[in-house]
Ligand binder design. Structure first.
Ligand SMILES: [Zn+2]
Length: 468
């Protein structure tokens, strides 16, 4: 659980840029220990940091599409989980920090090139275990996304009229300083300043829109705790509309006018939200909606919290997949990236379920189609969804298709009554938290009162097509 620490103190003290009044305090060796550089995820070892837990981010970002200049001020409220002499936030090196304050005092900081995304902060005073602390970071640079192990763009992705901001699994540090592990959930208040005429959309409720000169600031607040990869600040030309589902969930959609095909599909959004609320239990967030951008180079959609994000007009299957993630992924989130089946298998199965609900193929028919693929069709079966093997494998087709098939097969095996008791009961047990695949399979066995070890081995872990 405790990753190897990279000892940086010598390098820090010898760096000329580091000379600040606080240096003396650092040299006199404050109490405490440096927090770790990562949070122990084997697929993304530098992601997240050790020694503290964030409760709230207040972000103010400013973006100029013409120059791709991104600047921001981040206020981070956290609690130390050990006495810290030093700690890291994750922030990509193309964003240059100009000042850091901890509890109001100027703090020493460094962005070591070789660590790529570590902002190493040494506060004037050690941060005591159990105490709350506040960090303020000013930063600016040229916006640039990261390329994931599977080749896709991730994070703050400039578009022709703004930016598409989708940060799974490692893009959050491309636009704000963050403890970028899915396990450190927090609430967010995000305000985004853009040229007049553009709309900037984040998560939760719209709390303000203020024009000043040639600029406009859009402010948003999300009161439920979510993982950092689920936060967005997508901006561009959008038509915004609002409504309420029949069960009373308010929603807001923002659609790029070039994606007119989204309109009839988004008409189904309230019905989908209400259907999943009925089947899985109450909608976990106070707001729903969607953001449909015109950003085809991105090549994927993401279940950003409260308001999933699409790079083009989605079809109903994609819309229902991303909306189902609000329960499976955004409310209950992976503990480590290897648990990705808990996100993708569940969302894909839910999209099958919605198809069945609207008179299309049943989940049993989907399962039969899947099982008609021969064992030699390795893309359908490998990697096994319970063990995708690396960061490159987490979004493999098998995680989705075989992953959804796992739940369709479980439904057939245990029957609807037990199956939906498992699906519903799983959520309150981990509300606004994190979970592992092992926890789910153990939970399913308890609810079903039967040994499912062989079943889950065949479907989740076996290196090839499952049998029976
Ligand atoms: Zn998904």
């Amino acid at each position: 659980m405790t990753p190897r620490r990279v000892v940086l103190l010598t390098a820090v003290l010898s760096a000329a840029a580091f000379v600040l009044p606080e240096t003396a305090a650092v040299a006199s060796a404050p109490h405490g220990t440096p927090g770790s550089v990562g949070s122990g995820d084997p697929y993304f070892p530098r992601q997240g940091n050790g020694g503290y837990d964030v409760s709230h981010y207040r972000l103010a970002v400013h973006y100029v599409p013409g120059t791709k200049r991104l600047s921001g001020v981040a206020h981070v409220t956290a609690r130390a989980t050990m006495t810290l002499s030093r700690f890291d936030l994750d922030l990509r090196g193309n964003l240059h920090v100009s000042s850091v304050r901890v509890n109001g005092h100027r703090a020493a900081y460094r962005q070591p090139k070789k660590l790529v995304q570590e902002l190493v902060i040494t506060p004037r005073h050690a941060l005591r275990a159990g105490r709350r602390f506040h960090v303020t970071v000013h930063y600016a640079g040229t916006a640039r996304p990261v390329t994931d192990p599977d080749g896709s763009l991730d994070g703050f992705i400039p578009t022709d009229d703004g930016a598409f901001v989708a940060s799974e699994p490692q893009g959050a540090p491309t636009w704000y300083p963050v403890n970028d592990t899915p396990r450190d959930k927090a609430t967010y208040a995000v305000s985004i300043t853009v040229p007049k005429g553009l709309t900037a959309v984040s998560n939760g409720a719209l709390t303000g829109r203020h024009a000043h000169g040639r600029l406009v600031t859009w402010s948003w607040a999300l009161h439920q705790r979510v993982s950092s990869y689920l936060v967005t600040a997508t901006l561009g030309r959008f038509a915004v509309s609002r409504g309420r589902t029949s069960s009373g969930v308010p929603y807001l959609t923002a659609v790029d006018p070039r994606e007119a095909a989204a309109k009839p599909v988004l008409k189904q959004l309230p019905a989908i939200v209400d259907y999943f609320s009925k089947v899985y239990g109450r909608y976990p967030f106070g707001q729903a909606g969607a953001i449909v951008d015109h950003a085809h180079k991105v090549g994927y959609a993401l279940e950003t919290a409260t308001r999933p994000l699409f790079d083009r007009a989605p079809d109903v299957a994609t819309l229902s997949h991303e909306l189902a993630h609000q329960w499976y992924g955004d409310d209950v989130t992976v503990a480590k990236w290897r648990d990705i089946w808990l996100n993708e298998g569940f969302a894909e199965f839910s999209s099958w379920l919605y198809t069945e609900h609207t008179g299309g193929q049943t989940t049993a028919q989907h399962l039969a189609t899947l099982l008609a693929n021969p064992a030699s069709d390795s893309d359908e079966w490998l990697p096994p969804p319970g063990n995708p093997g690396s960061g490159k494998g987490i979004f493999a087709d098998s995680v989705y298709d075989r992953g959804a098939g796992t739940l369709a097969a479980l439904r057939q095996l245990v029957g609807d009554r037990t199956f939906f008791a498992i699906m519903r009961g799983w959520l309150p047990a981990h509300r606004y938290g994190n979970a592992t695949v092992g926890q789910f399979t153990a939970f399913a066995q308890r609810v079903a009162h039967r040994n499912l070890t062989h079943f889950f081995y065949e479907w989740l872990y076996k290196n090839g097509k499952p049998t029976g």
